[in-house]
Design a protein around this ligand. Structure first.
Ligand code: ADP
Ligand code: MG
Length: 590
């Protein structure tokens, strides 16, 4: 029964006997709790201010942010870390749009998330009568989400939440939008009827087992390979089938490359890890087995110079999404299913019955790995001031090895690329970064979610530019007193701090910031610890103190202005033309 059809009985009871009633606010909270949601990442405002308050009163953890985008990034990261939908709650139109970026990010990354936004009433929105924060949010969310729903009646809240939870988790996970018109929250209904209307979703991500033919086909392809390679992606980290993946990789005996957020699923120091010989294995392998990794731009679509001769490789791929197959290269042996089931099915056939690849291949890869690591080692030990990326990240590499439960959050350009390659990760799901979009500004949301969801220490390694997109959330870090240590790799700008204005005019270059900004004072303003580090020894000391105290800490790490590269490792993605090269002689120096 909707609000428009309230019975006389219900009208009378709202005045005389509210204890036998419930309302939209409480049905929504009860439905989320029933489905295991314990935390909401929130920005209060009309019409959801009370929803956050009541949820907190009902025992949920409700973390209020300063901007919806970061609350959304936190929910997305929580989805990846917990394999449950991360929930973000926003106000209508502008707040909704701010949260939508994060919902699209979750969907792109295949992470479960639910964005719940308050909205104006349909009757007003649909006739475009000009409401407060009027917007047709459901229509706008749809192309950016895996699914989008609107609930109009209190008795449908249970159904709406069940639809959202299942859509977020089933098959390939993704972001779901749930539209909650303000009036819905105030609707009342009989409490007993209300509680009967709730639905607890049963088995939302069911095991999906590959067919025996698909398993045999995959093993045939891999058996015949001379130079096989495994690429492990963040889908495998998400799947939480850690032991099975490890056993599969070790039983097969292939060298493997972890994608960025799959680092640590097996420790980066594992003897089969080929990260330090990436160019060699990508080019020379004759068979590539993808486990929860897509052949998208991050793997240059499986083609081009880095991949060696065209057509010389056979691909085997595990993915839960059948449609992923052949999206970039022909897949000789698709394995459709969840990673745990697929790894289990392969293991059943090969345990005690598998010939590992020849030492010619694995030995050559190992030698290359060892030579590259040895070549790099002295550079990571420098104590230069101002710092370079090697000296500063060498310190972070040591401290993560000593504290392997720390969650490393990482974003920036050079700060991202260098940290990813230098800093080893030793346990699953201990690295959160810019994900499939290469998005800037995810750092603080991810750091807050990591601290809240895991209870572990967080170390956020942030380019000064990336930090600028989310810096205000340090107030949130301080308010909830989270064990988050932020290191700002401060080189005074985007990519580098020494850019010049090519017109010769007075404005600074488009890529530089105020020189020698004192970011540490921002942290002090909110009662956190804010310090600078001019050299690697100071950086080591400051991080150690942060880890020991678990206090919110920001370290302004002074990096040489000229230490970075334009666009980090992906400068090749910038468009260029002969006209520009001819017109600006300075362009040649970039
Ligand atoms: P990376 O960026 O690390 O290469 P991607 O995000 O490109 O990883 O790929 C992750 C893949 O994992 C997606 O194609 C997704 O469908 C898949 N995936 C997610 N969860 C599972 C699961 N439980 N089982 C199998 N595949 C999964
Ligand atoms: Mg910078």
């Amino acid at each position: 029964m909707g609000v428009t059809q309230m019975t006389d009985d219900l009208v009378a009871r709202t005045e005389t006997d509210p204890e036998t009633l419930t309302d939209g606010f409480h049905l929504l909270i009860d439905a989320l709790k029933l489905n295991g949601v314990e935390t909401i990442y929130n920005v209060p405002g009309i019409p959801i201010t009370d929803l956050g308050r009541y949820a907190q009163a009902q025992g949920m953890r409700v973390l209020s942010f300063r901007h919806e985008q970061h609350a959304g990034y936190a929910a997305a990261a929580a989805g990846f870390l917990t394999k449950k939908p991360g929930v973000c709650m926003t106000v209508s139109a502008p707040g909704f749009l701010n949260g939508l970026t994060a919902l699209a990010h979750a969907t792109t990354n295949c992470w479960p998330m639910i964005l719940i936004s308050g909205s104006s009433e349909r009757e007003v929105v649909d006739l475009q009568r000009g409401d407060y924060e009027e917007m047709d949010q459901l229509a706008i969310a749809r192309p950016h989400a895996k699914a989008a729903y609107r609930i109009l009646h209190a008795e449908d809240i249970g159904l709406g939440v069940a639809r959202a939870v299942r859509a977020a988790l089933t098959g390939r996970p993704g972001g779901v939008y749930l539209d909650v018109p303000g009036a819905l929250l105030g609707q009342v209904m009989d409490e007993v009827e209300g509680s009967k209307s709730l639905i607890k979703v049963v088995d939302p991500s069911p095991a999906s087992v590959p067919s025996p033919e698909a398993v045999d086909r995959a093993l045939d392809v891999m058996k015949n390979a001379k130079k096989p390679l495994i690429i492990i992606g963040k889908g495998a980290a998400y799947a939480q089938a850690d032991e099975k993946v490890k056993e599969l990789v070790e039983t097969l005996g292939f060298p493997y490359l972890p994608m960025s957020m799959a680092k640590g699923l097996l420790p980066d120091t594992h003897p089969q890890c080929a990260s330090a010989a990436r160019s060699l294995v990508l080019k020379e392998s004759d068979c590539v087995f993808l486990i929860g990794a897509r052949l998208n731009w991050l793997l240059s679509h499986g083609e081009g110079k880095a991949w060696g001769e065209k057509g010389a490789k056979q691909f085997v791929q595990i993915d839960i999404e059948p449609n992923e197959m052949d999206s970039n290269q022909p897949i000789a042996a698709p394995l459709i299913g969840d990673i745990g089931s697929c790894a289990g099915a392969l293991l059943e056939k090969i345990r005690g019955n598998w010939e590992k690849p020849s030492e010619d291949w694995t030995g050559a890869v190992r030698s290359k790995v060892e030579a590259n690591i040895e070549r790099m080692a002295p550079r990571l030990k420098n104590n230069n001031s101002p710092m370079d990326y090697q000296g500063s990240l060498g310190v972070i590499k040591d401290l993560i090895a000593e504290n392997p439960d720390t969650v490393l959050v990482n974003e920036g350009a050079n700060a991202l690329d260098q940290c990813r390659s230098i800093v080893d990760i030793h346990k699953p799901r201990k690295r959160l970064d810019v994900g499939t979009w290469g998005i800037m500004g995810v750092g603080m949301g991810s750091a807050i979610a990591a601290a809240v969801e895991t209870g572990d220490q967080v170390l956020a390694v942030e380019g000064d530019s990336a930090f600028g997109f989310c810096g205000m959330e340090i107030e949130t870090v301080c308010r909830y007193n989270l064990p988050v240590c932020i290191v700002i790799m401060n080189n005074n700008g985007i990519y580098r701090g020494d850019g010049e204005n090519w017109s010769g005019g007075e404005d600074p270059s488009t890529t530089v910031f105020v020189k020698d900004s004192k970011y540490e004072l921002m942290m002090q303003a909110f009662g956190g610890v804010g310090v600078t580090a001019d050299n690697p020894d100071e950086l080591r000391q400051a991080i150690k103190e942060a880890f020991a105290s678990r206090k919110p800490t920001l370290i302004n790490a002074i990096i040489a202005e000229d230490a970075g590269k334009e666009s980090g490792n992906i400068g090749n993605l910038n468009p260029s033309s002969v006209v520009a090269q001819n017109r600006y002689p300075q362009a040649k120096n970039i």
